[in-house]
Design a binder for this molecule. Structure first.
Ligand SMILES: Cc1cc2nc3c(=O)[nH]c(=O)nc-3n(C[C@H](O)[C@H](O)[C@H](O)COP(=O)(O)OP(=O)(O)OC[C@H]3O[C@@H](n4cnc5c(N)ncnc54)[C@H](O)[C@@H]3O)c2cc1C
Length: 398
């Protein structure tokens, strides 16, 4: 197994770097660098630039507009984007619903939705979780009852990320309440402007409006908007979740967070010398760096296997657990390195509307918000406890 990058892969890295240096808008880069929230226009502006370059949909087959990149090239691309403070692509359209439409959708659905996703014409959100259905997703209660050419959908979805911007939602709904849990579910594409849909914000601990509740009250959805057969939504749902976990280790982000932590620890003082020289803090940074190196090698091993024809399986659960724990620890160490300076955070700052702070103050203001925000990493995309169950079953055979 060869863990070195090939000369072609190194050339590709240079190409990505040059593109980012040339095209990433400075205002967007600054917001990402300081952990501020992007608005919808900023997300779309960046995604349009990727789309123009043909790089928005690395995971798609080439005939539909994909890049044809290998898993290693995708990894290099993600790593360089994180290092350059480029925004993460909003995944719900391009990385989640699109692969499902490509795999299970009708020709008509492919023709209609895929070009719109590549052109950033639709903003998608994910309607899976419900108040009583998260880890145990198959116990979802949202109902879709047939009425001629339509379904009438009633229920509630929750934790709907960026649903406030969405004009489309892919949604799991129960079409057969008599069938066994997983068997009675269908996968529906719902226009968020349909009468009967309301979106209510959930403000998270960091003061951000990132997630929502979505209420569906007698919402009429054309049967033509069902992907796959009636009652086969669970197959689509599982297929989509494997795509959701890809890249969730967030290695590029972890590396960036470590660089930032070191620069903070060099500037902060402790008993008259830089904090980075204090033995106990230095040891914690070193331990995190070693774990990050181990995670990177594991990630490269998984990628190398995929490059040689294997497919990442339960290893992606391992990467998700370790990557999310590490990113949480790095945000915790950064907050502690900043001490009392990390305490304040302001809604104006999060929105990027406060330009009175200098760079040091801005990083300090971001630290607490980021520490709180990173708690989500071990919950979404399948909680870490669930990933451990997967590892136990599929790798350890328990
Ligand atoms: C920031 C954020 C954004 C999200 N965005 C979306 C979105 O856009 N769309 C969407 O549909 N969902 C979204 N989610 C929901 C997410 O997928 C769920 O929160 C997640 O699946 C966990 O479900 P739950 O919150 O209901 O917790 P529960 O399933 O109730 O779990 C509670 C705790 O019990 C543990 N647990 C549960 N079952 C087991 C078990 N069998 N063995 C061991 N431990 C177990 C869990 O690990 C967790 O610690 C988001 C969540 C967050 C936090």
């Amino acid at each position: 197994m060869n863990l070195q990058f090939t000369p072609e892969e190194n050339t590709f890295r240079e190409e990505v770097r040059a593109f980012l240096a040339d095209k990433l808008p400075a205002d967007i880069q600054r917001k990402v660098r300081f952990g501020q929230q992007l608005n919808a226009e900023e997300h779309v502006r960046w995604q349009n630039l990727l789309s123009e370059r043909g790089w928005l949909a690395p995971g798609w087959p080439v005939e539909h507009g994909g890049t044809g990149w290998s898993p290693v090239e995708k990894h290099i691309f993600e790593e360089e984007c994180a290092a350059a403070h480029a925004p993460t692509v909003v995944p719900f359209g391009v990385n989640m619903v699109a692969p499902v439409i490509i795999r299970f959708g009708s020709e008509e659905q492919k023709r209609h939705y895929l070009p719109r996703i590549l052109g950033n014409d639709d903003w998608w959100c994910q309607g899976y979780s419900e108040p009583g259905a998260g880890s145990d997703l198959a116990s979802l209660k949202t109902r879709a009852e047939r009425d001629g050419d339509h379904y009438i959908v009633n229920g509630q979805k929750t934790w709907t990320t960026l649903g406030q911007h969405a004009n489309m939602m892919f949604c799991l709904a129960r079409t057969d309440p008599q069938a066994k849990k997983q068997a009675g579910i269908s996968f529906l594409l719902i226009d968020m402007n349909t009468r009967g849909i309301s979106v209510r914000p959930i403000i998270t601990l960091d003061g951000a409006h990132e997630v929502n509740e979505v209420f569906l009250d007698n919402v009429r959805v054309p049967v033509a908007n069902r992907v796959g057969e009636e009652g086969e939504g669970w197959t689509c749902a599982k297929f989509l979740l494997t795509h959701e976990r890809t890249g969730i280790a967030g290695l590029g982000h972890a590396k960036q967070a470590l660089r930032h932590l070191k620069s903070v620890a060099r500037r902060q003082t402790h008993r008259g010398r830089p904090l980075i020289q204090a033995p106990s803090f230095r040891e914690q940074i070193a331990r995190s760096e070693l774990e990050l190196m181990a995670l990177e090698v594991t990630n490269l091993r998984v990628l190398a296997a995929a490059r040689d024809g294997g497919a990442p399986g339960a290893e992606s659960s391992l990467l998700k657990i370790r990557g999310s724990e590490l990113r949480q620890r790095l945000s915790d160490l950064t907050r502690r390195a900043l001490g009392p300076q990390a305490l304040p955070f302001f809604a104006d700052f999060l929105a990027g509307d406060d330009d009175t702070l200098d760079d040091d103050q801005t990083f300090a203001a971001a630290a607490t918000a980021q520490y709180l925000n990173r708690r989500k990493l071990s919950i979404y995309g399948g909680a870490n406890e669930i990933q451990k169950n997967i590892v136990a079953k599929t790798i350890l055979g328990m």
